[in-house]
Design a protein. Structure first.
Length: 162
């Protein structure tokens, strides 16, 4: 059977994510910790995340480091701003071409992603610790990022919602 984006959306019961793409939470630790802000969070959470060639994960940031793991489909290009500089991580299976099976996105960094060659789909997993909470999640405002990083205005035009 051809495993396309629709196959995984159905099989894994994925739903639309506010940043773009589809996801399903697969794990939420029952253990609770207090994070550095003093807020209580589950120790760790995990999701499946899927992007098709017509979708993008738009620039956003979260308050925990996020680990990404490639499962199936095309290579995912993750663009992240670290210390004011753009880095592009290619999450995929072609290690000979410099792709990585795992990626780490540092906490509080703006990042976005899309299917590298803009065809097909990609299925990954993402885990965060302390666990994910939508109050720790912030979608970027294009105008703010353009003011902060004017050299990358073209990129924000493509990869920000508004
Ligand atoms: N749960 C809901 N959205 C997300 C997300 O963007 N990342 C992680 N790791 N978990 C989530």
């Amino acid at each position: 059977m051809q495993k396309d984006a629709q196959y995984y959306v159905n099989k894994l019961s994925l739903i639309a994510h506010p940043e773009g793409g589809f996801y399903a939470e697969t794990y939420r630790s029952k253990n609770i910790i207090q994070n550095s802000d003093g807020n209580q969070r589950n120790i760790s959470t995990a999701i499946y995340f899927l992007l098709s060639d017509t979708q993008k994960s738009h620039f956003h940031r979260i308050k925990s480091d996020e680990l990404w793991f490639h499962h199936d489909g095309e290579t995912l290009a993750i663009t992240v701003i670290v210390d004011g500089k753009i880095e592009v991580i290619h999450l995929g299976k072609d290690l000979e071409k410099g792709e990585v099976l795992q990626a780490i996105i540092p906490a509080n960094c703006w990042f976005a992603s899309e299917v590298k060659n803009k065809k097909g789909f990609v299925l990954v997993s993402c885990t965060v610790a302390p666990g994910f909470d939508f109050t720790d999640f912030e979608m970027a405002k294009k105008a703010d990022l353009v003011i902060q990083y004017p050299a990358y205005a073209g990129l924000f035009e493509e990869l920000c919602f508004a």
